[in-house]
Design a protein around this ligand. Structure first.
Ligand code: 2NL
Length: 335
């Protein structure tokens, strides 16, 4: 019987088991008293052979539940820890948002890639020594496949740009944030997993001037309107010409000094390297030519930056490992 059954009845078994056991020690006597009152009430009803369930439930409420539901407003509350956004993710979001405001879309793609998308379509020919600079982590057991199908952990987010060009015809403007991996031993400035944001703009008549104007604007939006930008020739397999972008050091303001000490982040030069960029190499367009990217008709610029490195600079952190150790004493400082 639901209320008075010996084996599993509410008053005889469940109330004592659930409520009495759960009650704090100094309340057990009081809870026990209420349970006995309910039991007595049930038995009285039973003896009168009237079993109006609705009334029994009202009795349980008023004798057992309501007295316990009274809240002691003098007790201290439960403290809930408030989380903080991770500095790398905050930097990620800020960079993406600067480009979204310029009309760029966000694309993401797989971390495990094929040799074709990570290297071949980006103008790293098979067995070319430029591949060695990427310190690639390969997935084991792929030797039986043709080289272009072999799997690896992407070393940059550029494969997503190729994948996007295969799907969307020009004009396009995209940014691609994501995690990338390289076989680098961890130290203060290296981590085998890190984050990159790459950008790509392709249209008819995109020029190096467009690249300079876009990135100069983005750096002012990210580091403050007083920073100046400086482009220095460089090399990447997938861009020609290529450049490194420097901004005036936002630690020392370009002076190279902090008081009488040398400024460490810019090594006293007054300039900090923030990203690599260039005009998309026509050889890259050849791989997606059939989707409207004929290098004779379109041109584009591309750029890539390390999110973690920029977060280190932005927050004056001197060891990238701190970003990935999950020590709350470090992370709390960004709350
Ligand atoms: C760096 C340099 C760069 C790109 C990435 C790119 C992608 C395609 C075509 C052409 Cl599909 N270029 N990406 C271009 C120049 C530089 O990254 O130092 N990143 C941390």
């Amino acid at each position: 019987m639901r209320w008075l059954g010996r084996a599993n009845g509410l008053a005889n078994k469940q109330l004592p088991e659930l409520w009495l056991k759960a009650a704090p020690r100094d309340h057990k006597a009081e809870v026990g008293k209420h349970i006995n009152a309910v039991k007595a009430h049930c038995e009285a009803m039973f003896e009168q052979e009237r079993l109006p369930i609705a009334r029994l439930e009202t009795a349980v409420r008023s004798k057992l539940i309501e007295p316990l539901e009274r809240v002691d407003i003098t007790l201290p509350g439960v403290r809930r820890a408030i989380g903080a956004e991770h500095p790398v993710m905050k930097t990620w979001r800020e960079i993406v948002s600067v480009f979204q405001k310029l009309g760029y879309s966000v694309a993401e793609g797989p971390v495990v890639e094929t040799d074709y998308y990570n290297f071949e379509a980006l103008n790293f020919p098979p067995n070319h020594p430029a591949r060695d600079t990427q310190d690639t982590l390969f997935i084991a057991g792929q030797q039986s496949k043709p080289q272009r199908e072999r799997l690896l952990l992407r070393t940059h987010t550029s494969p997503v740009q190729i994948r996007t060009m295969e799907k969307m015809r020009p004009p396009i403007r995209i940014v691609i944030p994501g995690t990338v991996h390289r076989n680098d031993p961890p130290d203060a400035s290296h981590s085998p997993m890190f984050h990159q944001i790459e950008g790509l703009a392709v249209d008819t008549n995109i020029t190096f001037g467009d690249l300079k104007g876009t990135l100069d604007h983005a750096m002012k939006a990210l580091f403050g309107s007083s920073v100046k930008t400086h482009f220095r020739p460089s090399f990447f397999p997938f861009t020609e010409p290529s450049a490194e972008l420097y901004v005036t050091c936002f630690i020392c303001g370009g002076s190279g000094k902090r008081g009488s000490d040398p400024c460490r982040p810019c090594k006293q030069t007054g300039w900090i390297e923030v990203l690599g960029c260039g005009m998309v190499d026509p050889n890259v367009f050849e791989f997606v030519k059939d989707n409207g990217y004929d290098p004779k008709k379109v041109s584009g610029f591309a750029f890539g930056m390390g999110v973690d490195r920029l977060a280190l600079l932005k927050y004056g952190v001197d060891d990238i490992q701190l970003f990935f150790q999950g020590d709350v004493r470090f992370l709390q400082q960004f709350g």
